[in-house]
Design a protein around this ligand. Structure first.
Ligand SMILES: Nc1ncnc2c1ncn2[C@@H]1O[C@H](COP(=O)(O)OP(=O)(O)O)[C@@H](O)[C@H]1O
Ligand SMILES: CC(=O)OP(=O)(O)O
Ligand SMILES: [Mg+2]
Length: 432
């Protein structure tokens, strides 16, 4: 019987989450601990640490030396190795597998053991996910050096979307150029959508290949996905994670010409480019200087929501804040509902459930209520009492009113990308 200790590393655009699992080949991973640093785009970042399902560190501010995802990972690894109450990792040599979330996986349709060749191939994709891939590869490098006994495995956000049909994934541009430069819709957050599909299907008492879902992964990056018979049919992100919904620092979809009217010389490389990542000013503006940060000054959607819902008050600066926060909130609801309407039609009205997930989807009852209110003409209904409960405790919770048999349900899924990666690695003999 083969057993290993596995780490699953999820480097998002504003956070790094690392979960530790006891894994037996072919079996569901058993979580031992989970550590995360969040708020990388709204410093100071905070550390949370849970061992054996119990919170050990709730929200400790970590100092300013944490510059980015790689530093955050180093601190998380140190936290795990130095924890005497986590006897499964007494030293770094105890770690047998590290599963890495790599957002852009190009044409890869399954997880890959990271060899020199795979690494170089992945490096070529860095420029197509400027907030993610280079950071994740930095963490891969660190693991190769610091954890010499571990197998490093790349799991891809884009993999789940390899089923999107040709007419949906094709851009209406010159076909030869599209083919040679591999310009098509790839889609992301797929590790999360795979977890959501299986969890929601189980909750609904169906097989995964029997469910039709409209899923929303709303975090620092936000996307929507139409899932038909358990497979990705369409998603809002595209060639890169910039397309579709706005996010913490991303504009989402805008008129492609907009950027040329926003600033001059935007085609030039940004001074922030490095040897690992080439980014033009245009890409920098749309990926790092837009979204909630540009509209409101904060990347924290929790703050946006509470200010949008506070009653206009004493000082005129509070009123200005309230106005702009409400604008951001209403704009997000509008864009999300645009995708839901489109996917509802694309799925020909056969939708089992609308699913909310990701930091915002799981923690903002106000956003869920506003979205469901706007799409009530499609038969979705929120149950205010359940939706407003302070905390979502189960992996899947129903926050909609159960109508007739054909009425679509409204669910919140506490998505777990780390678990999904560990599960995929536990099933593949190549990684053992
Ligand atoms: N109570 C809350 N209400 C609304 N949004 C929240 C709340 N708490 C956290 N968030 C949002 O969740 C985001 C983080 O989501 P998450 O999916 O963990 O991020 P990442 O994209 O880095 O993986 C934060 O940027 C914050 O905007
Ligand atoms: C793809 C993506 O945007 O991921 P995240 O939301 O974790 O930054
Ligand atoms: Mg994320």
């Amino acid at each position: 019987m083969k057993k290993k200790i596995a780490l699953s590393v999820n480097a998002g655009s504003s956070s790094v989450k690392v979960s530790v699992y006891d894994v037996e080949f072919g079996q569901a991973p058993v979580q031992l601990a989970e550590a995360q640093i969040s708020g990388l785009t709204s410093p100071p970042p905070t550390l949370k640490y849970v061992r054996d399902g119990k919170t050990v560190i709730k929200a400790k501010e970590v100092d300013d030396n944490i510059e980015g995802q790689r530093d955050a990972f180093s601190l998380l690894l140190e936290t795990l190795v130095e924890d005497e109450d986590l006897p499964q990792i007494k030293s770094k040599e105890d770690i047998g597998i590290v599963c890495h979330r790599i957002v852009h996986g190009g044409d890869y349709s399954k997880p890959q053991l990271i060899s020199n060749e795979t690494y170089e191939h992945l490096e070529d994709l860095n420029d197509l996910a400027p907030l993610h891939n280079a950071n994740s590869l930095g963490i891969v490098q660190l693991c190769i050096r610091a954890l010499p006994t571990a197998n490093n495995v790349a799991c891809f956000d884009s993999q789940f979307h390899s089923t999107i049909p040709e007419h949906i994934r094709t851009y209406p541009i010159n076909r030869d150029i599209a083919r040679s430069n591999k310009l098509r819709k790839y889609g992301f957050h797929g590790i999360s959508y795979a977890f959501i599909t299986r969890s929601a299907a189980e909750f609904l008492g169906k097989e995964p290949d029997e469910v039709n879902i409209i899923a929303l992964h709303l975090g620092s990056g936000a996307s929507a996905c139409a899932i038909k018979n358990g497979k990705s049919w369409d998603t809002s992100m595209g060639l890169t994670p910039l397309a579709g919904l706005p996010g913490a620092t991303r504009s989402g979809s805008v008129d492609p010409s907009l950027v040329f009217h926003y600033a001059s010389d935007v085609g030039k490389l940004s001074p922030a480019s490095t040897s690992d990542l080439h980014i033009s000013r245009a890409e920098e503006i749309l990926n790092k200087e837009s979204g909630w940060k540009a509209l409101t000054g904060t990347t924290d959607f929790g703050k946006i929501t509470s200010s949008a819902f506070s009653s206009p008050s004493s000082s005129s600066s509070d009123d200005d804040d309230h106005e702009v926060m409400k604008l951001a909130f209403d704009l997000f609801v509008d864009r999300i509902c645009g995708f839901i309407g489109s996917y509802y039609v694309s799925l020909r009205g056969k939708v089992d459930a609308l699913v909310f997930a990701g930091g915002i989807g799981e923690k903002s009852p106000q956003l869920r209520a506003a979205v469901v209110d706007q799409i009530s003409c499609l038969g979705f209904q929120i149950d205010d009492e359940v939706n407003n409960k302070n905390e979502i405790r189960n992996v899947v919770e129903e926050v909609g009113k159960k109508g007739g048999l054909d009425e679509p349900r409204v669910l919140v899924v506490q998505t777990d990308e780390q678990f999904e990666m560990a599960r995929a690695c536990a099933e593949d003999a190549e990684f053992w």
